[in-house]
Design a protein around this ligand. Structure first.
Ligand SMILES: Cc1cc2nc3c(=O)[nH]c(=O)nc-3n(C[C@H](O)[C@H](O)[C@H](O)COP(=O)(O)OP(=O)(O)OC[C@H]3O[C@@H](n4cnc5c(N)ncnc54)[C@H](O)[C@@H]3O)c2cc1C
Length: 500
């Protein structure tokens, strides 16, 4: 019988995507199944940004069997309970997009409906009172969930901030221990097979040709194989997501360790603030049509907590994705496949979902086209659903203080998002569509946070009397406040469990 099994996997690129892929193959397939080689070039380096994550990252860590404290120590990590958005809905306004849920659904009706009923009576001004993550973030508290029955402390979804360079190094150690072979050097040519156009080998600067059955393109924005050799083409979303550059700079960390990412909107973009143990990561994401690099850098430097620790670095990007993420015997992951926007920290998750979806469709050497088509369709849906959620932040705003915000506020948006906004505007209903990444809580948090105010609330919320609604919401608010009080400070928690 002919042996069709993939026995030789070549990963091109050693950034977050490349090493996540290498670690996953090492863990799931193992060296007996296939040889895995990873090629990276120290001279080219990695993009080195991408330091905030979402709770799904814990699933990836568990799949690898990582000890979370060890991972945090190795990457100078901190914990994240959500994102604080400053100046997004309007200047001077702040809201929090928490992980986890608001309150609890009651009698089959979503918590949001009861909240809106009271909010519209002027009785429940701040949704954050019903989120443990938001309440804990007000005073920089953090802990992992504990076994505490019905208490909110039993369920605390959280994510991580980490140093991207250290993370790649950490995964490299993991993968190399499990048989992955690293090759240093620059690839100068991609050779395709004459007969069918499959990738045959990549050629190094020293002339060595590295052959493989399967190539995983993790070469970053350049898309060395998927674009430059296989001509995948690119679906450009810059008309919806016009930011196209970032300037990044680390600075000294300050005393209060915020357990959240902060995103502060500026005149033509926004600035991230990611607290780590040894430094704070900062970056200004902006649209070069509206401000220059110099102005963006000046804004960034004027809004740091502490002294800059390096020179500001510019990272140009384009929002969108390859028309096909998998072609023949090459699958692209990470920036080689596409990039939406760092606003909701979804790029590392897209690498993770790309890997898990790829493993469920893992090919043999015949590379069945139906499998490839299915993978591409599902991945592109992931990209599109996240895209719509990100566009919401820019579009649903009252800001009219600059040409950038005027453009975003008045631009045409994808119909799927327009429909979600129409539905919210009537009765404040927010839905998770199919298997999309962001759930109804996230959609509600951002729509409400961006100051969208529905005309009414879900009429079914009236199955509970107003008095009972008041009393139940007061009870939940109290349980959340008590739980937040009980939590240790983020800094103490890190120091006790995972100080680097
Ligand atoms: C401004 C910005 C902010 C971001 N913030 C976040 C965030 O908060 N959260 C999040 O989840 N994601 C974020 N991301 C995305 C995140 O940075 C990336 O998804 C992640 O770092 C993966 O990058 P990568 O591995 O695909 O590419 P890279 O890090 O660019 O790695 C590419 C690799 O390919 C190698 N390579 C390229 N060409 C060759 C060649 N010819 N020969 C040999 N090797 C080669 C390079 O040496 C390198 O090892 C952000 C991205 C940007 C641009």
């Amino acid at each position: 019988m002919t042996d069709h099994r993939i026995r030789n996997i070549v990963i091109v690129g050693g950034g977050t995507a490349g090493w996540m892929a290498a670690a996953t193959f090492a863990r799931i397939l193992g060296p007996e199944y296939a040889k895995v080689t990873l090629i990276e070039s120290d001279e080219i380096g990695i993009v080195g940004v991408g330091e905030a994550t979402i709770p799904q990252m814990a699933t990836f860590n568990r799949m690898l069997g990582l000890d979370e404290n060890e991972f945090m120590r190795a990457t100078q990590g901190s914990f994240k309970l959500g994102i604080q958005f400053v100046n997004w809905g309007r200047q001077g306004h702040t809201y929090f997009h928490p992980f986890g849920k608001y309150g609890i659904d009651m009698k089959g009706v979503s918590f949001h409906a009861y909240f809106l009923r009271l909010h519209q009576l002027g009785e429940a001004p701040d949704i954050d009172d019903w989120s443990l993550q938001a309440a804990a973030s007000r005073t920089n508290k953090f802990m992992r969930p504990i076994d505490a029955g019905n208490s909110p402390l039993s369920e605390i979804p959280y994510a991580f901030h980490f140093d991207a360079g250290l993370y790649a190094r950490f995964l490299r150690g993991y993968a190399e221990e499990r048989g992955v072979v690293r090759r240093e050097g620059k690839i100068v040519e991609v050779r395709l097979r004459g007969a069918d156009g499959f990738v045959e080998s990549v050629v190094m600067e020293d002339g060595a040709a590295i052959e493989g059955d399967l190539f995983v393109d993790c070469s970053g924005f350049r898309g060395l194989i998927i674009e430059q050799a296989l001509k995948a083409g690119f679906t450009d979303w810059s008309h919806w997501l016009p930011c196209d550059r970032a300037i990044a700079v680390p600075c000294e960390s300050v005393d209060a360790w915020t357990p959240y990412t902060r995103s502060t909107a500026h005149k033509a973009g926004w600035q991230w603030r990611i607290p780590l143990q040894h430094r704070t990561g900062n970056g200004h994401v902006f649209c070069s049509k509206y401000i220059s690099d110099d102005e963006a850098t000046a804004t960034l430097l004027a809004n740091l907590d502490g002294k800059p620790l390096a020179d500001p670095r510019t990272v140009p990007f384009r929002t969108g994705h390859r028309n096909k993420l998998w072609i023949k015997n090459c699958v692209s992951l990470g920036l080689a496949g596409g990039f939406i926007e760092p606003l909701e920290s979804t790029a590392i998750w897209l690498i993770q979902s790309g890997l898990s979806r790829f493993l469920t469709m893992f090919p043999d050497k015949r590379f069945n086209q139906a499998d490839i088509d299915r993978y591409n369709r599902i991945m592109i849906t992931d990209y599109e659903e996240i895209r719509d959620f990100i566009i919401l932040h820019y579009h649903a705003t009252e800001r009219d203080d600059s040409p950038f915000w005027d453009y975003c506020r008045t631009m045409e948006i994808p119909e799927r998002l327009a429909e979600k906004m129409r539905v919210f505007r009537s009765h404040g209903r927010a839905f998770r569509e199919n298997e999309e990444l962001f759930n109804d809580t996230s959609w509600f948090a951002v729509m409400h946070g961006q100051l969208m105010r529905p005309q009414g609330f879900d009429p079914v919320a009236e199955i509970m009397s107003l008095d009972e609604t008041r009393s139940r919401l007061a009870h939940i608010r109290e349980a959340i406040a008590n739980s937040a009080d009980y939590m240790p400070s983020h800094r103490d928690f890190v120091r006790e469990h995972c100080a680097a």
